[in-house]
Design a protein around this ligand. Structure first.
Ligand SMILES: *Cc1c(COP(=O)(O)O)cnc(C)c1O
Length: 401
């Protein structure tokens, strides 16, 4: 029998549950069940579900000006660009709607820069297990196993190095190389942070060979890793950076930022119908002012430490693996390929989690989580892990009989 949900294309495995309402750390379904949500739209809802400041910014801007066209200036786009530029090492911004679109813009910017400065060099070194989005070019830049055979042919020009392995990057640099692009923490790849030595080594390689360093901070930016932008924890300055996800705290807005020497677009080079429209930029301004307010990032750091410490305790209690990450982007190696089943069990316990890999769970609570909410999530996770352990024990007993 066909599910009534089959009017939607079958692009992802989803539970049958239909969600109707969200508030802060909590999500509610059609039959009224409540879930503590540590997926939060995939690290998108920086301030939890339906924050009042987002609703207020949308309402205010919706009655003032929604979309005058990208060919005219609007005040919210200027205000958001000003905030991003004043709080980073970058000089100019371009706004788009999704992370993939911003990162695709970074690829175009680097290729244009290569045309102007490096005799048409166009190769961008990217990384095994890296993730950059779902347009054809960003999929080609992505290093997810198996993605190279989706939708052939790939866009050429994205040789893959190994993450945290400087020699593997060096080996790929050639006359056609124009840039190196990476995530400071590989998010979809299972939450693997770049080491400080690796990031500083990449900066040195870029300086030595005249390459652009592009950081895809679509997942790590906007406070998620315990600083406004993750690059700030590495003592380096990238040439180009992309933002998305948390930038709009749930609404679709992304940004491409660059230092002056890399801002080489001229009129006609880049654009899009919804790029920099005031409705989403007004939300971006309101969200940014919360992220940048005194004490906000300190809470991310404190809650991140609380979460990691709690996960390490659970890992020790249940004999699981490594806890890694930065700020409130944290993963736990579960020591088996049971992570997807654990996600199911957690949902049955009113707890929404994500497994980016079969052997690891990823935790992306709202950045404004309270200590009590983090403790509550850890308690729920303890219950889920206990259920799994007892299932394994009974399965082992059944086999023994
Ligand atoms: C999610 C993500 C993207 C893609 O963003 P979309 O908004 O889904 O297009 C790109 N890069 C990184 C690092 C991401 O985590």
């Amino acid at each position: 029998m066909q599910s009534p949900h089959s009017v939607l294309m079958n692009t992802v495995v989803r539970p049958e549950t239909v969600f109707t309402r969200g508030r802060g750390a909590w999500l509610y379904d059609e039959v009224g069940l409540a879930y503590l949500d540590w997926v939060q739209g995939w690290a998108v809802n920086a301030l939890g579900h339906s924050p009042d400041i987002v609703a207020a910014a949308l309402a205010r801007q919706a009655t003032a000006l929604v979309n005058p066209s990208p060919a005219y200036y609007n005040r919210p786009a200027l205000d958001l660009a000003r905030r991003l530029v004043d709080n980073s090492v970058f000089d100019q911004a371009f706004f788009a709607s999704s992370g993939a679109e911003a990162t695709e813009g970074a690829i175009k910017l680097a290729r244009k820069w290569g045309q102007l400065n490096k005799g048409g060099a166009y190769e961008i070194i990217t990384f095994v297990n890296g993730y950059h989005g779902r347009t054809i070019a960003t999929m080609s830049a992505t290093g997810k196993p198996g993605w190279d055979v989706y939708y052939p042919p790939q866009v050429p020009g994205f040789p893959k190095a190994r993450f945290n392995d400087l020699a593997s990057v060096q080996a790929l640099i050639g006359p056609q190389t124009v840039a190196i692009m990476l995530e400071p923490v590989q998010g979809e790849g299972g939450v693997h942070p770049a080491s400080v030595a690796f990031m500083q080594g990449l900066r040195a390689l870029c300086d030595e060979h005249g390459l652009l360093l592009i950081l895809d901070e679509v997942q790590t930016g906007c406070g998620r890793t315990g600083s406004l932008f993750a690059y700030q924890q590495y003592g380096i300055e990238p040439d180009i950076m992309t933002l998305g996800k948390g930038l709009g705290a749930g609404v679709p807005i992304s940004a491409l930022l660059a230092k002056q020497h890399a801002c080489v677009f001229t009129p006609g080079d880049q654009g899009g119908t919804f790029c920099g429209a005031p409705l989403m930029c007004a939300v971006g301004v309101a969200v940014f002012d919360v992220l940048a307010a005194p004490g906000f990032i300190e809470n991310v750091v404190a809650r991140g430490e609380q979460l990691a410490a709690g996960l390490r305790q659970l890992s020790a209690r249940f004999g699981l693996g490594e806890v890694r990450g930065k700020g409130l982007l944290v993963a736990l190696e579960v020591g088996s390929d049971d992570a997807l089943q654990m996600v199911e069990t957690a949902r049955e316990h009113g707890f929404l989690l994500n497994a980016p890999r079969a052997h690891c769970l990823r935790f992306m609570p709202p950045l404004n989580s309270t200590a009590a909410e983090i403790d509550h999530g850890l308690t729920l996770l303890g219950k889920v892990l206990a259920v799994h352990r007892s299932q394994h024990v009974s399965a082992a007993l059944a086999e023994a009989v």
